[in-house]
Write a protein that binds this ligand. Structure first.
Ligand SMILES: Cc1cc2nc3c(=O)[nH]c(=O)nc-3n(C[C@H](O)[C@H](O)[C@H](O)COP(=O)(O)OP(=O)(O)OC[C@H]3O[C@@H](n4cnc5c(N)ncnc54)[C@H](O)[C@@H]3O)c2cc1C
Length: 473
């Protein structure tokens, strides 16, 4: 479908990462794209009410960054000029995972570090320059408009939150990127359709985040993550450089185990992580601002792809469809990939009455892997509630061998990093070169290199120049 022959309008509900990127993808296929956001967009990068998680550490996986870069060329180099950092994903990010510090050397995969507020704000600034994208903030979408027989969505009803003025807008396609509180399931039911079946993994994760100005102690990392060792421990910590020069610290606990908000309590909690480095890094740092808390009861997926009936002219994407356990950092990348898939489906198929079918099929493929991977890790705890996937015990056993191996094998660790960054599928764990290493590992003395403290970078690794030539950005 080319723009010149259709003269069509698309409406996007929600101006967070999925809605922003969906608007960009749609702008190549529609004459007019109108994005409707209930909040006022801030004039400078800052968190806002509609994205309350924005004040917490947001790790952007490289696969997601590459999608943003493809849609908005030059984006990350611009961010870098304004304080963000582009570092090597295995050398400059220190990861304690499966009870061991992971090997640190260059892998050539770029890791993009900025605050969530700066990321969203920067995309908005780029979209403001697009001639056929209109960003309308401060307006709440309250209803879907439909054809008389309710088989087609024809627009939305919205209300300006300041003036309270109501308005109707027509569209050829409505994209709901309204996040986890999306009203599509309620709207569908009111229109006589079934609600999408829900899959849920109950984890009761609690995030407490604070910003810090670090002290002058030398550091050979720019981000640090200390993961729990399931089923024994349930606490996780992350520390990451932000565009304003501060570091954001996030402490998270499964099963309502919340870190205290006061500084002393916060540091005590950091001390209880599986390795003491985050506490060591923070104990002399200067706190900036107040603590923020976010509680997420469950990871949740709505299976729109399973619905037999659905109105034409409507689709949903992003957290409105799949909201993950945030400790695995998958949400923004999954949203970006779903936005990219929207453009691809329009290109391949055009907008017909069955468009939602092909789109939800493509979306299912994008969500299946991260949903299964994150769930598999969460199900290592007996307390996690939800439907355990078939074969989970075998998967747990095999991935545990890979995780044990990678602490002493940078190549295996790089395969893991590529997988969690959405640069390849988890079948990479079964590639012959990894599989044979695992077998060899199983028949070895299996002596793990369990350094009690983060080992410093070797002079060789620290002096090697960054090389991202394998990736285009
Ligand atoms: C604590 C926490 C930490 C996280 N950390 C990470 C991380 O490290 N890495 C990562 O990739 N992901 C992370 N995530 C997930 C990430 O935040 C989400 O996946 C992402 O924000 C989803 O984007 P979205 O655009 O789909 O929805 P949302 O960000 O939820 O945005 C929905 C938007 O729609 C608007 N809206 C809703 N209803 C209406 C309406 N009726 N009318 C108009 N506007 C409406 C809202 O105001 C909002 O702007 C984290 C999540 C949480 C909770």
């Amino acid at each position: 479908m080319s723009k010149s022959e259709n003269n069509k309008t698309a409406l996007v509900i929600g101006g967070s990462i999925s809605g922003l990127l969906a608007s960009k993808a749609l702008s190549r296929h529609f004459d007019r794209v109108v994005l409707l956001e209930r909040d006022k967009f801030p004039e400078k990068p800052m968190s806002r009410g509609g994205v309350p998680q924005g004040g917490h550490l947001h790790a952007l996986m490289s696969g997601g960054a590459f999608v943003i870069e493809e849609m908005v060329p030059g984006f990350f180099r611009d961010l870098e000029k304004n304080g963000s950092m582009i570092v090597d994903a295995t050398r400059d990010m220190a990861l304690h995972f499966f009870n061991a510090w992971q090997p640190r050397d260059l892998c050539g995969i770029p890791y993009f570090m900025q605050s969530r507020a700066f990321l969203d704000w920067s995309i908005i600034q780029r979209l403001k320059k697009e001639k056929n994208i209109e960003l309308r903030d401060d307006c709440f979408v309250s209803e879907l408009l439909t054809s008389q027989d309710r088989t087609r969505v024809t627009g939305v009803k919205l209300k300006n939150r300041t003036t309270e003025k109501e308005e109707e807008m027509s569209a050829d396609l409505v994209v709901d990127a309204g996040g986890r509180s999306s009203r599509t399931p309620i709207w569908l039911e009111a229109l006589g359709y079934a609600k999408p079946p829900k899959e849920e993994v109950k984890i009761d994760i609690c995030y407490t985040s604070r910003n810090f100005q670090m002290d002058d102690a030398p550091r050979d990392w720019n981000a640090m993550f200390i993961y729990p060792m399931p089923p024994r421990t349930t606490r996780m910590g992350g520390l990451m450089h932000q565009d304003n020069g501060e570091f954001i610290a996030t402490l998270a606990g499964y099963f309502n185990d919340q870190a205290p908000e006061d500084l002393d309590g916060y540091l005590e909690y950091a001390k209880t992580l599986n390795s003491p480095e985050m506490y060591d890094a923070l104990k002399n740092a200067e706190p900036r601002g107040e603590a923020r808390v976010f509680r997420l009861p469950s990871a949740r997926r709505l299976r729109f792809d399973k619905l037999k009936r659905f109105p034409a002219g409507l689709i949903c994407l992003g957290a409105a469809v799949c909201s993950f356990n945030p400790i695995w950092g998958q949400g923004m990348t999954s949203g970006a990939l779903q936005a990219q898939a929207l453009g691809k489906c329009l290109e391949q198929k055009g907008l017909d009455d069955d468009f939602y079918r092909s789109y939800f099929k493509a979306q299912k493929k994008i969500c299946d892997v991260p949903w299964t991977l994150a769930g598999a890790e969460d199900f290592r705890y007996a307390k996690t509630e939800g439907k355990r996937p078939f074969g989970i015990k075998i998967l747990h056993w095999y991935t545990a061998q890979v995780y044990e191996l990678m602490a002493q094998d940078h190549e295996a660790y790089t395969e893991f990093i590529k997988t969690i960054h959405f640069l390849q599928g988890p079948e990479a764990f079964f590639k012959p070169k990894i599989f044979f290493k695992v077998v060899k590992w199983l028949f070895s003395s299996r002596k793990r290199n369990l350094e009690p403290k983060l080992p410093p970078l070797t002079p060789e690794a620290s002096q090697r120049p960054l090389d991202f030539s394998a990736y285009k950005f």
